[in-house]
Design a protein around this ligand. Structure first.
Ligand code: ADP
Ligand code: MG
Length: 986
């Protein structure tokens, strides 16, 4: 029988029992007890000796609308109410006892609701002995003559059995006798337990057939109770003193090396007779009753298990003693179990709703049902589900009966009363299911190799011995010869004639004596020889016998092992195949996963690359943007300033123009007035002060004079930017040019200014000489022209190319404004007064607008004694003779360039200060790492990769080029300043 996989216990080698394929179903018998009183309603009808029919009680039928079917249940045998205990025993238990005596295991249990007659069936009552006493009786009836002496068989503590030699056994007997003063002998039984006195009538005694006479037997009994899934030893010695009494200790179940379950540390009492066995049973029974009363337990809720263990071992070759070989000891056991009531709830409590209460069911029986169910399913469907034996102690204990081999029989006890109908129905269903479970049939034990009949021969020998002893009254002479020897002696040479005819014959007698002595010697020799040979032969035979037995056993064992190994190999092959398949599958999966991982990694790398490059680009763009922002801000600021100034300037110009007109009209009016008065009182014009506007004649003369030797400034010559007039005390002078419009002058100037682009470049070393329109040569600052006016004109011509290269900045604006005002209004300007230009005596006004940014330039103008101002003031200008304006702007390449616009300070005729610009120095910083655009584009691929930084800068520059190009194509407003700033050299 195949064992299911075990849960917790590690696998041990399989039991050495031979393998058996034959199986028998569990024998299920049904016993119907009589009704307690005749007028009770009955729900069971025995139809045949194998079938019963259940009739639903009338009340129930009414309740359930006749839903209940009239079901029939079949059993191996049905025992009606009239069945006697002996009948039941003959059918149910006898075969089990028979098996026990022949070394096979058996399990017999009663199942049913409380009051159905389980205990009656198992134990019985006085005069009506149940299956248990009858079994014991049969056992002892069968083996009584062949029992071994006490303590020859000795249980070890691992469910095994040892054989002790005669001497050890004797010593132990003596020891026990001395300890237990009144030995428990069957003689006392009747006095102790009168109830058991006549359980079995002598005529009912039965006996097993085919008991091996050449074996020795010993019976051991143990008695346990399982209550609430705890195992209690009912035979355990407890102190007689009630004060010292302890609550019973529960025991645990163990599995021996043959996979048989046993209660560890359970008392096993060796019993030598039925009476003694009864006595022990009774002891346990009493203890059980006491415990139930003390602990207020319900006896119907506990299972009692009475185990009869039979040890047998062959006698030795002489048939005298038990063979001292543990391997030859066979132990079989019969388990007699009186199960707890199968009803789902206590009978003494909750009587009314017990059928509805499913929670309180006896867990062990529930597990038993489950185990049977699983076993049946496994056997019928070929499945290998784990049978939950371990879930309860009862099933765990039964495990080796269902899983191993032997006979299992169940007596289903039923009370036919209608009240029990529903419970009985469940019992029937369980019984039906149990019948379908099969248990391996046990095989016959291999017989030992000794000659049969040893015990008889030994007995006969002993009998004969004692007979002869009685006859002769003395010890048996070993010289007594068997018949064979006599025959042998007769075949010896005849004796010489022993007749003495002559008294003096002294030869016959000595010859006879000699012959007889010789014969005697011969006889002795032969006897010795014979004995020796016989002994030798005997020994050899014994040896051979032993050998053969051993070999046979060995072969048997090996065969068993071989078949097990075969099975194991087969199983393992299947397992290996499965594992191989699995591993292939897994390898394939790993491969796929590897590939996927690779792809993902590749993706990751690419994405990381992309991310990095994008980050770089972003970084670059950010910095570009920042720079651009800065530029834009600068430009916006510039443009704003420019336009503010422009507006102011225009307003001023307009004002001036208007004033001028006003003044001209005024003048005309005055002239008219003068003409009118002149007619009255003539007065020389020359006496008038020259600067006074009240002298129009003089003024007119002057204008005319001017016109005569100097061309009109507007159409012929660009306006003179030099006069710088601030807070002039002389006020406004009448315009020398007469009808020349200031506004037109300004607009003309303005038109020239943006056109005068100059590639001032990045010359930081010094100012570049502006191109001179007149001579093309550089006009040194100190060169004094022929006349002031001419010089002024020339200077203006220079300035035309030199100064207004860019749109006027805030400071230039100031200057232009003043210049325009001063010039166009024709304000009277004193001839240039140059201060002393001796070396080192120059005094500078260093004009640095606050908006300037500190660019950290190394080269700074060296201006000793300069007066530093952020806005030029009259006071500062009056003290100095040189003026320098530090002007910053954004060059076409985006870098900030600084221009030092230099000029000379003149005193105006009106007492103000004017600055004439003479020179511009341009300072510009460039990033040395950034090569010029031309070079950049010509370089490129050759070195790009070798120098990461260079490459990076290159890319950046290229970007800026690209941006610029885009800007040129007007793609985005953000880049337009590039285009705006772009200028070409004329
Ligand atoms: P259980 O052990 O199932 O609870 P018992 O064996 O204690 O039931 O039986 C209850 C009562 O019924 C006992 O008094 C017993 O003597 C009686 N009884 C049971 N079966 C029979 C029977 N087959 N014949 C006569 N009396 C019986
Ligand atoms: Mg009972």
């Amino acid at each position: 029988m195949q064992r299911p996989m075990k849960g917790k216990t590690p696998r041990r080698p399989a039991p050495k029992r031979p393998y058996n394929n034959q199986k028998d179903p569990v024998g299920v018998y049904c016993r119907v007890r009589p009704l307690s009183c005749d007028d009770e309603e009955c729900c069971i009808e025995v139809i045949s000796n194998t079938t019963i029919q259940l009739h639903a009680p009338d009340g129930l039928k009414a309740n359930r609308n006749g839903e209940y079917k009239e079901t029939q249940y079949s059993f191996k045998r049905v025992f009606g109410i009239k069945t006697t205990q002996i009948e039941l025993f003959e059918d149910v238990a006898k075969p089990l006892v028979d098996d026990l005596i022949h070394g096979k295991n058996g399990l017999l249990f009663t199942y049913g609701v409380t009051g159905s007659g389980k205990t009656y069936t198992m134990t019985g009552s006085a005069g009506q002995g149940g299956l248990l006493p009858r079994s014991l009786d049969m056992i002892f009836n069968s083996i009584f003559p062949y029992q071994a002496k006490r303590f020859v068989f000795k249980p070890d503590d691992k469910n095994g059995m040892e054989v002790q030699n005669q001497v050890d056994a004797l010593l132990e007997r003596q020891k026990r006798d001395s300890q237990q003063a009144p030995p428990k002998t069957p003689i006392t039984r009747q006095r102790l337990d009168p109830e058991f006195a006549d359980m079995i009538r002598p005529d009912e005694a039965c006996k097993a057939d085919g008991v091996d006479e050449d074996s020795s037997y010993s019976v051991f009994v143990s008695y346990i109770e399982i209550y609430n899934n705890y195992i209690y030893d009912l035979l355990e010695d407890t102190p007689t003193d009630p004060l010292k009494a302890k609550p019973p200790q529960s025991k645990i179940l163990r599995e021996d090396q043959n996979h048989n379950m046993y209660v560890a540390g359970c008392t096993e009492v060796e019993v030598k007779s039925t009476d003694e066995a009864f006595d022990v049973f009774w002891r346990g029974q009493k203890k059980r009753r006491i415990a139930n009363t003390q602990l207020n337990r319900e006896s119907s809720r506990s299972h009692s298990v009475f185990v009869v263990k039979l040890a047998q071992a062959p006698l030795d070759a002489d048939g005298d003693n038990v063979l001292q070989d543990k391997a030859q000891v066979a132990v079989s056991q019969l388990c007699l179990v009186d199960l707890a009531g199968s009803e789902r709830t206590s009978r003494t409590r909750a009587e009314g709703n017990r059928l509805r209460e499913a929670g309180n069911i006896n867990q062990s029986l529930m597990t038993l049902r489950t185990c049977i169910e699983v076993l049946r399913e496994n056997q019928m469907c070929g499945t290998n589900k784990m049978v939950p034996y371990r879930d309860s102690k009862v099933t765990h204990f039964f495990k080796n009966y269902f899983d191993g081999e032997g006979k299992v029989r169940m007596v289903v006890c039923v009370n036919p009363k209608a009240d029990d109908y529903e419970e009985t129905l469940l019992v029937m269903r369980f019984a039906e299911m149990t019948q379908e479970v099969e248990v391996a049939r046990p095989v016959d034990r291999p017989i030992c190799g000794f000659t049969p009949g040893r015990r008889q021969r030994n007995q006969a020998f002993k009998d004969e011995l004692s007979r002869r002893l009685e006859e002769r009254g003395g010890p048996v002479d070993t010289g007594e010869l068997p018949a064979v020897l006599n025959q042998l002696l007769q075949s010896l040479p005849p004796l010489p004639p022993a007749e003495i005819k002559d008294p003096s014959d002294d030869q016959t007698l000595p010859r006879l004596i000699e012959a007889l002595e010789r014969r005697q010697k011969l006889k002795q020799n032969i006897m010795e020889e014979y004995n020796k040979t016989a002994n030798l032969l005997k020994m050899r035979l014994q040896d051979m016998d032993g050998n053969i037995v051993n070999k046979e056993n060995y072969i048997h064992e090996q065969r068993g092992k071989l078949s097990e190994k075969d099975k194991l190999i087969q199983d393992q092959k299947v397992e290996i195949e499965r594992l191989e398949k699995n591993s292939k599958m897994l390898e394939y999966k790993i491969d796929i996963l590897q590939k996927t991982t690779n792809i993902y990694e590749e993706d990751k790398r690419t994405l990381q690359h992309e991310l990095e490059s994008r980050e770089h680009r972003l970084h670059r763009e950010m910095s570009d943007k920042k720079r651009m922002e800065a530029r834009m801000q600068g430009m916006v600021q510039d443009a704003k300033h420019q336009w503010e100034k422009e507006c102011e300037r225009r307003v001023n110009a307009k004002q001036l123009e208007m004033q001028n007109k006003l003044w001209v009209k005024d003048e005309k009016l005055k002239q008219l007035k003068a003409i009118v008065t002149e007619c009255k009182t003539p007065e020389p014009l020359s006496l008038r002060p020259p600067d006074k506007p009240q002298r129009p004649s003089r003024e007119k003369d002057r204008v005319a004079a001017k016109r005569s030797h100097s061309p009109s400034p507007v159409p012929q010559c660009p306006p003179q930017p030099a006069p710088f007039k601030r807070g002039g005390s002389g006020g406004l002078s009448p315009a020398a040019s007469g009808g020349v419009s200031v506004a037109s002058c300004i607009s003309e100037w303005e038109q020239r200014v943006p056109q005068g682009a100059s590639g001032s470049g990045s010359n930081r070393q010094g100012s570049q000489s502006p191109p001179c329109s007149s001579g093309g040569a550089h006009a040194p600052r100190g060169a004094v022209p022929g006349s002031l006016d001419r010089r002024r004109g020339r200077q203006w011509q220079q300035r035309e190319w030199e100064v207004p290269q860019q749109p006027p900045t805030a400071d230039q604006e100031l200057y232009l404004e003043e210049a325009a005002a001063g010039f166009r209004t024709g304000a009277p300007v004193r001839p240039h007064h140059r201060r002393s230009h001796s070396a080192g005596n120059e005094r500078w006004v260093d004009h640095k607008p606050v908006t300037n940014v500190d660019l950290d330039t190394v080269l700074q103008p060296n201006l000793p004694n300069a007066i530093k101002v952020s806005t030029p003031s009259e006071k500062a200008l009056s003290k100095c003779d040189k003026y320098v304006l530090t002007h910053q702007e954004v060059a076409s390449d985006g870098e900030i360039q600084t221009k030092l616009i230099k000029g000379e300070v003149f005193k105006t005729r009106g007492g103000g200060q004017a600055v004439q610009f003479t020179d511009i120095e341009t300072l510009k910083q460039e990033n040395p790492t950034a090569p010029s655009r031309k070079r950049r584009s010509s370089e490129g691929h050759g070195q790009g990769d070798e120098n990461a930084e260079g490459g990076w800068t290159d890319v950046e520059n290229r970007c800026s080029v690209a941006v610029e190009m885009r800007a040129g194509s007007n793609l985005g407003p953000g880049y337009q300043h590039h285009g705006f700033q772009k200028r070409r050299k004329p």
